[in-house]
Design a protein around this ligand. Structure first.
Ligand SMILES: Cc1ncc(COP(=O)(O)O)c(C=O)c1O
Length: 384
């Protein structure tokens, strides 16, 4: 037995997964509009709902008219792959990675496309030296590293006169962090992250320089239909006007619209960022007073406000190897789940052992505040 009491109250919504993330507060399946279901996605109604979701996306993310927005197959991975396979090969390439997803894109480019790329890496918890990146090459990076909780702090390091394209996987940044659209040529995300939408589709946002590349460069390798964005050397504009490449889930789109309308009711991006920041601050307040845990992200300036990753303090796990620490994580996560106090808080499988708590806007700050004592309890139980 331990001296850490079982807390008397629980988070109202114990949903702290880093994807699919918590639904927006007040969500319920019967609040979704359903008139488009069972209809063609090419019907006036179906296409209207697709375009409405993209118009709301533009409004809330403040995407300028210079950038096109399209729904694509295969979730965020689909959107990133589509960009990499369609755009790369024309110029030198730099792949920047500091956690698992960024590393996945490195593998894609180096091992699958077999392209010669400069790989810039940093270990978990750190950010590479962004000032060293050659911006005359095409640069691919993850804006918010979901598995390490390290994000780029801003876009100040991105040059206006870069010759290469800036390709940002921003799936756990969009709707929680400010993105400098004029500095980003490609941005991707999926709905199940900061808006708590249903997983299914990716969103691909292309700036004018990316479109120029698509229309002037043909990769040496074949592209499957679901990756193809041009026809006869011209961009297929329809993809960015609601004519999706293949059939989307209209149910997922209605769910996304629900989340977007909720986001709008909060005042849009400012409201969303405010909620994520408040959640991350509430979690940080607990971390600061808790001796057994610390942030995986070393520098507070590049610490995520969505996927907050934590590791055990070295004194707290002295003598325990990685497997023993992973066993602790597993034990804590299953205790918390069995109590319905917190779901899905184990760190990512490839990351150093620890916890990962989603702090995006769909989570309520009061639930983060309630979570701390439960983590203390689970730690004490698991260590006992
Ligand atoms: C940074 C990042 N990139 C890509 C992915 C993969 O996203 P999806 O499952 O939407 O393809 C994730 C999922 O967690 C992610 O966090």
């Amino acid at each position: 037995m331990t001296n850490t009491p079982r807390p008397a109250t629980k988070p109202v919504r114990p949903h702290f997964s880093s994807g699919p993330c918590a639904k927006p507060p007040g969500w319920s399946a019967d609040r979704l509009a359903t008139a488009s279901l069972g209809r063609s996605h090419r019907s006036k109604l179906g296409k209207g709902r697709i375009t409405y979701s993209m118009d709301l996306t533009r409004e809330i993310l403040r995407v300028p008219d210079t950038h096109r927005i399209g729904i694509v197959p295969g979730s965020d991975t689909g959107a990133v792959e589509m960009a990499l396979w369609s755009l790369l090969g024309a110029r030198p390439i730099t792949m920047v990675a500091w956690e698992s997803f960024g590393e996945g894109w490195v593998t894609d480019v180096v091992k699958q496309l077999k392209l010669d790329a400069t790989v810039v890496k940093a270990p978990y918890g750190e950010l590479p030296d962004l000032s060293q990146i050659d911006q005359d090459s095409d640069v691919t990076f993850t804006w918010n590293g979901t598995t390490s909780g390290v994000r780029v702090p801003n876009g100040d390091w991105i040059k206006d006169d870069r010759k290469g394209l800036m390709i940002a996987d921003a799936t756990s940044a969009c709707f929680a962090q400010d993105l400098p659209w004029d500095k980003l040529d490609v941005v991707t995300f999926s709905w199940q992250k900061a808006l708590g939408g249903e997983g299914a589709h990716g969103v691909l946002i292309l700036g004018p320089r990316a479109v120029e590349r698509l229309e002037s460069y043909v990769p040496a390798w074949p592209l499957p239909k679901i990756f193809r964005m041009t026809k006869g050397g011209k961009l297929i504009e329809g993809i960015f006007k609601g004519d999706t490449i293949n059939t989307p889930s209209l149910l997922a789109i209605e769910d996304y619209i629900f989340a977007l309308e909720w986001a709008k009711s909060l005042g849009g991006l400012t409201g969303l960022i405010g909620r994520a920041d408040a959640n991350a601050a509430a979690l940080d307040a607990w971390v600061q007073k808790t001796p057994w845990i610390e942030h995986l992200a070393l520098d507070a300036a590049s610490r995520s406000n969505t996927s907050v990753c934590l590791k055990f303090a070295s004194e707290a796990v002295a003598g325990l190897d990685e497997d023993a620490q992973l066993a602790l994580v597993k034990k804590m996560a299953s205790l918390l789940e069995a109590e319905d106090a917190a779901y899905d808080v184990a760190g990512y499988r490839d990351a150093p052992p620890g916890l990962r708590i989603w702090c995006g806007a769909t989570v309520d700050t009061t639930d983060i505040e309630q979570l701390g004592p439960w983590l203390d309890w689970a730690w004490a139980q698991a260590r006992a």
